[in-house]
Design a protein around this ligand. Structure first.
Ligand code: CUA
Length: 362
């Protein structure tokens, strides 16, 4: 243990130029721990690679076959040599194991008093539900795509309780060094503590990389959330932004976000549901093609289905397509949508129908 503590504290003082080149910014309490171990394993491997390959090439050259020199018999074994090259590397591996195990335990055990957020993943969207019922309606534009933004408090442990509504996804925020698979019919958890506001690094304004600064938060840092498990066609676009803000700002926001539908018309509610529930991943509202049909101008149209039948787009058709998407598959589109049964309140369902109706008939 003393050995690892010594190594950890010594290495903490050292700056590693390769780390700064390769690894993303360190923005959680995990990041320095993981990076140190990672770079230790890396440099150990480099040293042994050079030593072993150097020795190999030297011997290959020195003992190469030459005409007139009789071939030597190889010794079958050498006990002192074999014990040395077994025991010495074992010490290094034990250091890596103890060090890694300590880090693993630290990441596994959720500190008391964590802020708990329930995360739902589905093809191909993220949803965060906060402990007072708040939900984020913020959006950010990442690589020409609208993705949800989830505020979290800085300097406080955050526990995520995660599950999937369809296939396996994976929660991955590189700058936090957090990664955890998300399964259907089962919860997985992960925790992290963002360090953006620690010490003199505290941001004094919005994230400099954010083209549309968030007026609700005077100071924040954004982090990309990716899905790290291949989950179908939209996997590469299954992204979101985790926005780290001071805890006081977070609490005010959470209070205001508790009732997002207050004073909203059904059409406005439908518009919010479209982005929050991930409809926007597949259904555009500007007529451009997506995985699913656009919503623009479909109201009142007659759609042809793969089973040969047809129907006029009305309230009942839209409701059925949301709850039982496979019932009527429009010609030219895959049967790919998952059911939203149990995921929408009546208010949200009616909002979606009103919103699609408001997009009109061409
Ligand atoms: Cu979800 Cu990949």
């Amino acid at each position: 243990m003393h050995m690892t503590n010594f190594l950890t504290s010594t290495l903490a003082q050292m700056s590693d130029p390769m780390r700064d080149v390769w690894l993303p910014e360190q923005s959680s309490t995990f990041a320095p721990i993981q990076d140190r171990l990672f770079m230790f394993v890396f440099w150990t491997s480099v040293v042994f690679f050079v030593l072993l390959m150097g020795a190999m090439f030297y011997f290959v050259f020195k003992y190469r076959r030459r005409p007139g020199v009789p071939q030597m018999r190889s010794p079958s074994h050498n006990t002192p040599l074999e014990i040395t090259w077994t025991v010495l590397p074992m010490f290094l591996l034990v250091v890596m194991f103890v060090w890694g195990f300590k880090g693993y335990i630290y990441m596994l055990v959720q500190p008391a008093g964590s802020e708990q957020i329930v995360v739902a993943a589905q093809q191909w969207n993220w949803e965060f539900a906060y402990d007072n019922g708040a939900r984020s309606i913020k959006l950010a534009n990442v690589a020409d795509k609208e993705v949800p933004v989830f505020p979290v408090p800085a300097g406080r442990p955050i526990k995520l309780l995660m599950s999937s509504r369809d296939v396996i996804h994976s929660f991955f925020v590189p700058t936090f060094r957090t990664k955890m698979d998300i399964f259907p019919n089962r919860y997985t958890t992960i925790w992290f503590e963002a360090t953006d506001f620690d010490g003199e690094n505290a941001p004094s304004g919005p994230d400099p990389n954010d083209p549309n600064p968030d007026p609700e938060f005077p100071r924040y840092r954004d982090h990309y959330l990716f899905c790290a498990e291949y989950c179908g066609e939209g996997h590469s676009q299954m992204a979101a932004v985790v926005r780290v803000v001071p805890e006081s700002d977070y609490l005010v926001w959470k209070e205001n976000a508790a009732d997002i539908y207050k004073d909203k018309s059904p059409v406005q509610i439908g518009e919010l549901v479209r982005t929050m529930k991930g409809c926007a991943t597949c259904h555009t509202v500007d007529g451009s093609p997506g995985t699913g049909p656009t919503w623009l101008g479909i109201w009142g149209e007659t759609h042809q289905f793969t089973n040969g039948s047809s129907a006029v787009v009305d309230e009942n058709y839209i409701r059925e397509s949301i709850l039982d998407p496979g019932a009527k598959i429009r010609n030219g589109f895959p049967n790919q949508m998952v059911s939203y049964q149990g995921q929408l309140s009546e208010e949200e369902m009616n909002g979606l129908i009103a919103y699609i109706q408001s997009l009109g008939h061409e």
